[in-house]
Design a protein around this ligand. Structure first.
Ligand SMILES: Cc1cc2nc3c(=O)[nH]c(=O)nc-3n(C[C@H](O)[C@H](O)[C@H](O)COP(=O)(O)O)c2cc1C
Length: 192
């Protein structure tokens, strides 16, 4: 079974990360990091409260042993070390603050440190940065990361598959991320 690391950070569009979790967990082991702000935004955007025991265990109950959840301040977690092997890491959605931390090698949280490890080890790292409009600072940080081999996959939607529902738009973005990870899917109809 393949092993992936997924981080959900404090940007709007947390449903993208949650849908990705659902799809990846169908066939893979997933190590999940949710930042403090992301937990708050999950509450606002989905109604799911991960802070109370019931909410926290809901995720664990749904996915069982396939998903392991970590706190963003847990720098002792296995993936903070390059010796922990994985097939790739996705940060979706990725806030501009986390993007900046990664671009500057700050490594002050589990998300930033794990991304730093992925880059130094030359392993797949995919970011789904969510902000609009992007400032020069955001764009320079993205360029720096792209030059380091990081795949930048913003939640930019295509319309050639004629989406009718929000779920289809989400699946389009999630499918694009999975394409970069090399994970097969049928979340949207391909051109041609
Ligand atoms: C409701 C809400 C929505 C936000 N949306 C975004 C966003 O879309 N993009 C972004 O870069 N920051 C956004 N922020 C700001 C980040 O959450 C903030 O910079 C935070 O420090 C990010 O921390 P994290 O990356 O550790 O989760 C949002 C904050 C809130 C409260």
């Amino acid at each position: 079974m393949r092993r992936y690391i997924l981080a959900i950070t404090g940007a709007t569009g947390v449903v993208i990360g949650l849908r990705l979790l659902e799809v990846l967990a169908e066939s893979s082991e997933v190590h999940l990091i949710i930042t403090e702000t992301a937990r708050e935004i999950i509450k606002v955007e989905t109604g799911l409260n991960l802070d109370d025991d019931q909410g926290g265990s809901t995720v664990q109950e749904k996915f069982g042993e396939k998903v392991t959840i970590y706190s963003d301040d847990d720098l002792w977690a296995p993936m903070a070390s390059g010796s922990f092997l994985s097939s790739g890491m996705v940060i979706a959605p990725c806030s501009m603050k986390t993007l900046s931390g990664i671009a500057h090698g700050y490594a002050n949280s589990l998300v930033e440190r794990t991304a730093d490890v992925m880059i130094k080890e030359g392993r797949p790292l995919i970011l789904c940065p969510r902000e609009t409009p992007f400032s020069v600072i955001h764009l320079e940080n993205m360029l720096k990361l792209a030059r380091a081999g990081v795949r930048i996959v913003p939640p930019v939607i295509g319309f050639y598959h004629r989406p009718k529902k929000v779920e289809e738009l989400i699946d389009f973005v999630v499918g694009k991320i999975l394409d970069q990870l090399g994970v097969g899917h049928s979340l949207f109809r391909r051109w041609g």
